[in-house]
Design a protein around this ligand. Structure first.
Ligand SMILES: [Zn+2]
Length: 83
């Protein structure tokens, strides 16, 4: 008997080297499935509990994924960040 766990694909933001990205596929990947991000970065799907997301510091949004996502959804570009 299946015990279905429902996941919102819009909430899937894979973290690679401290940056969170948006995926191109938009579905729910299988563990080990190759993933292509909006920005072109590639990775392999690994699942973990949300509490571990910040173990190595708070992930930042990938600026290239953000720019592409905003352009695709008609959202104005984010203001220039000053450091
Ligand atoms: Zn990205």
């Amino acid at each position: 008997m299946s015990a279905v766990i429902h996941i919102d694909p819009e909430a899937i933001h894979p973290v690679i080297d401290g940056l969170w990205h948006r995926t191109r596929s938009g579905g729910i990947p299988e563990p080990g499935e190759p993933l292509l991000m909006l920005c072109g970065t590639q990775g392999v799907a690994v699942f973990d509990v949300l509490a571990k997301r910040r173990e190595r510091g708070v992930p930042h949004q990938c600026p290239r994924c953000e720019a592409i996502y905003r352009r695709q959804h008609g959202i104005a570009p984010s203001p220039v960040r000053r450091s």
